[in-house]
Design a protein around this ligand. Structure first.
Ligand code: AMP
Ligand code: ZN
Length: 113
């Protein structure tokens, strides 16, 4: 989608600090990090939010979680990390392209705000 910020990051129309890429997924540094490690894991396919994911996206969603797990292993987050997606404005979603925040490198509190 040409007017979607994260689609434009996928197509390199907008620069970002990409840390991993494969056929299906992109991982890049969050512009406004909330932890020492804060990356965004997104599908290259435009899916507005988790609420919009279809049955046909099941394997893609699984792949994104495996990307998250591998990233954590490879970046020494053995003390713990958090993967979260905000779905809808009420949950704080500000970019309408599915993305998982992966946060680590500090203690996490629960419940999240
Ligand atoms: P959310 O509020 O859950 O939709 O998360 C959107 C995230 O995207 C926020 O953490 C922003 O800091 C981040 N963000 C917005 N624009 C950019 C950008 N151009 N590059 C990297 N991260 C961005
Ligand atoms: Zn998009």
């Amino acid at each position: 989608m040409s007017d979607c910020l994260f689609c434009r990051i996928v197509s390199r129309q907008i620069p970002s600090q990409i840390v991993f890429e494969d056929d299906l997924a992109l991982v890049f540094q969050d512009l406004n990090p909330q932890a020492p490690t804060h990356v965004l894991i997104i599908p290259k396919k435009h899916i507005p939010s988790l609420a919009d994911a279809a049955e046909e996206d099941a394997a893609l969603l699984g792949h994104l979680q495996r990307v998250a797990g591998r990233f954590a292993r490879e970046h020494s987050l053995e003390k713990g990390f958090r993967v979260v997606t905000n779905s809808g404005r009420g949950a704080g979603q500000s970019v309408d392209h599915l993305h998982y925040h992966l946060l680590g490198g500090r203690a996490m509190t629960w419940p999240p705000g």
